[in-house]
Design a protein around this ligand. Structure first.
Ligand code: GTP
Ligand code: MG
Length: 318
C-alpha cells in the first residue's frame, strides 16, 4: 500500500482576466455544475475533490496576482497553473495572452500550465485552430522546458472541461490519464444473486444491434449470475462484437463495464473499481435512496475519466 501521509495535496491556481470565467470554472470543479451571478471575489481558496484526488485550488483576481506579495510567494510553490483565456473575440484573446506574459516568468519551470480557451459556446467565439495560430501562444508552446497544454472548453456547458483537467491533474499527481484508452459504453452493477442495482448507458445513440445484443446478454447474465458471480474464479474479461465486458467483484457487488473492444483492459478494470467504489459509498450513505438517472449521473461524475465521457452527453440540471 502507498503511504497516504507522504503525499502532499497538489495546489492549483486559477488565473485570468476579469470576467474570463475563473469562478465559473471553480464552481464546476466544486459542484459539477455552475451558479449564475457569482459576485467577484479577489481571492478564493478551496479544497476540491477531483475523483480520488484532493486538490487545493486558488482563484486569484488580476489585482491579487499583480499586487499581492503573498501571492507571489504562492506562485513560486504551486504545482499547477490554469490560465482561463476568454476566447469570445480576438481582442479578448490578445488581452488574455498579454496578461499571461506579465505572470509567465514568475511561474517555476516544473509547474504544469493548462490553458483553457473558454466560452467556445458563444456564437462568434474565435475558432480554436485560429487561436492556436496566435503568435503569443506560439511563443509559449516553443518553451520546450515547460509542460503546457491548451483545450477549447466551455465552463458554462461543461464541454471538454474534464478532459482538460484530467490532463493537468495527471501531470501533477503522476496518475496515468485513462481518457485516451477507455470508452465506457454501459455500466451495470449487480447485487449478490445477480439483481441489477444500477444501469447506465453512456452512448444512447449507439448502434441499434448493439443495444439489442446487450439486452439479450444482460438477461442471460442475470440468469447465469448466481453461478458466475458466486464462484471465486470470475471470468473477468469477455469480448463480444465491437465491445468488451470487464467484470469485477467487490464485497458482494459485481460490476460489468462495457468498453470498446480494443480498449486497455487494466485501465478499464481500475475504472470499473472506481465506479463500484463511488456506488458503494453512495449506498452506504443512504441504502434506501432511489437511484434515478440524475443520481446515477452524479455518482459517475465523481470519476473524472467517466465525467469526460459524460461531457459528450450533458443532461439538464433540473
Ligand atoms: N457563454 C459563456 N459564458 C461564460 C463561460 N464561462 C463564464 N461565463 C460567464 O462570464 C461571466 C464571468 O464569469 P466569472 O466566472 O465570474 O469570471 P471570473 O474570471 O471569475 O471574473 P472575476 O472574478 O470578476 O475576475 C459570467 O457571466 C459567466 O456566466 C462560458 O464558458 N460560456
Ligand atoms: Mg471570479
Amino acid at each position: 500500500m502507498m503511504s497516504e501521509k507522504s503525499r502532499k495535496i497538489p495546489q492549483i491556481v486559477i488565473l485570468g482576466l476579469e470576467g474570463s470565467g475563473k469562478s465559473t470554472v471553480l464552481n464546476r470543479l466544486l459542484f459539477g455544475t455552475i451558479a449564475e451571478g457569482q459576485p467577484s471575489q479577489s481571492t478564493c481558496f478551496v479544497n476540491v475533490k477531483y475523483g480520488t484526488t484532493i486538490l487545493s485550488v486558488i482563484e486569484a483576481s488580476e489585482e491579487t496576482a499583480r499586487e499581492s506579495p503573498y501571492f507571489q510567494d504562492i506562485l513560486g510553490e504551486i504545482d499547477g497553473v490554469v490560465f482561463v483565456i476568454n476566447s469570445q473575440s480576438l481582442r479578448h484573446i490578445e488581452a488574455s495572452f498579454e496578461y499571461v506574459f506579465t505572470l509567465f516568468d514568475k511561474i517555476p519551470q516544473k509547474t504544469s500550465i493548462l490553458f483553457l480557451a473558454n466560452k467556445i459556446d458563444k456564437p462568434g467565439a474565435v475558432p480554436f485552430p485560429d487561436l492556436l495560430q496566435d503568435p503569443a501562444f506560439q511563443i509559449i508552446m516553443d518553451d520546450i522546458n515547460r509542460s503546457v497544454s491548451i483545450y477549447p472548453i466551455s465552463a458554462k456547458t461543461g464541454e471538454t472541461f474534464y478532459t482538460a483537467f484530467d490532463w493537468i491533474i495527471s501531470r501533477m499527481t503522476g496518475r496515468t490519464p485513462l481518457r485516451e484508452d477507455v470508452t465506457p459504453k454501459r455500466v451495470i452493477i449487480l447485487q449478490e444473486g445477480g439483481v441489477p442495482a444500477f444501469d447506465y448507458i453512456f452512448d444512447a445513440s449507439g448502434e441499434e444491434h448493439d443495444s439489442t445484443l446487450l439486452g439479450g446478454l444482460i438477461s442471460a447474465l442475470n440468469i447465469m449470475a448466481t453461478t458466475i458471480f458466486e464462484s471465486e474464479s470470475v471470468m473477468d474479461v469477455v469480448k463480444l462484437g465491437a465491445m468488451k465486458m470487464i467484470i469485477r467483484k467487490v464485497s458482494g457487488w459485481s460490476i460489468v463495464l462495457f468498453v470498446g473492444r480494443d480498449d486497455s483492459e487494466s485501465k478499464a478494470q481500475s475504472l470499473a473499481e472506481e465506479i463500484l467504489q463511488a456506488f458503494i459509498e453512495e449506498r452506504d450513505r443512504d441504502p434506501t435512496k432511489e437511484m434515478p438517472k440524475q443520481v446515477k449521473y452524479e455518482i459517475l461524475r465523481k470519476i473524472p475519466e467517466i465525467a469526460i465521457a459524460l461531457d459528450q452527453e450533458p443532461i439538464k440540471d433540473d
